[in-house]
Ligand binder design. Structure first.
Ligand SMILES: [Zn+2]
Length: 199
């Protein structure tokens, strides 16, 4: 299950020096806690989205909102040096890496398929995308000068990445289909042949 949400991480705590509590007027009693909020995907942080601050007087125990504090206290809070929290981008970095990997993988595969389609050989397995939205594959049994003889897989898959799992010899039984080389090329051009595996 993928969970998206936000969490707060406490990044700094301390006392606001040389300032008086707006309620009890004691000095050096205002305690602050700064939290950085970040979004996460199943608890893997994606990126920070903001900050919150809690202020509490440890003399009269009153809590204050940032907006209710004097200009000078607000300024002191804003000037607090906060440590960088690069780990809050961890998920984004992983996601970006994954996307780049998938894209380059996709183009490499496409490139290879474009080469293999021109020269089918016995044993090649072609992953297919049907017009009804299902995926399957077929195995090349025999190649002649202008024809390609294949056996289609007995099973279909819902997702393109499941097709490779269907590639088991017992799944290729009796659906014999033969194509002209030209038709095969046409299927590739129409994106119905999405991947070719050669052993
Ligand atoms: Zn106070």
């Amino acid at each position: 299950m993928v969970l998206v949400g936000t969490r707060d991480s406490n990044i700094k705590n301390g006392i606001i020096l040389n300032e008086k509590c707006p309620k009890c007027n004691e000095e050096n009693t205002l305690h602050f806690s700064i939290y950085r909020r970040y979004t996460h995907l199943t608890l893997v942080p994606l990126f920070p989205v903001g900050k919150t601050v809690f202020i509490n007087c440890n003399h009269c125990d009153e809590n204050f909102d940032y907006e209710d504090l004097s200009e000078s206290i607000q300024l002191k809070l804003r000037n607090k040096k906060l440590d960088a929290t690069p780990w809050m981008f961890l998920g984004s970095i992983i996601l970006a890496g994954f996307i780049i990997f998938s894209i380059s993988n996709y183009f490499e595969e496409k490139d290879e398929t474009g080469i293999l389609i021109k020269n089918p050989i016995e044993g090649d397995v072609y992953n297919l995308k049907f017009s009804n939205g299902y995926y399957s594959n077929m195995r090349i049994d025999k190649v002649t000068r202008d024809s390609v003889y294949t056996t289609h897989n007995d099973f279909d898959a819902y997702m393109p990445y499941e097709v490779d799992d269907l590639d088991k010899s017992e799944n290729f039984s009796n659906q014999k289909v033969h194509y002209s080389r030209k038709d095969l090329l046409k299927l590739y051009q129409e994106d119905e042949i999405i991947k070719i595996s050669r052993k």
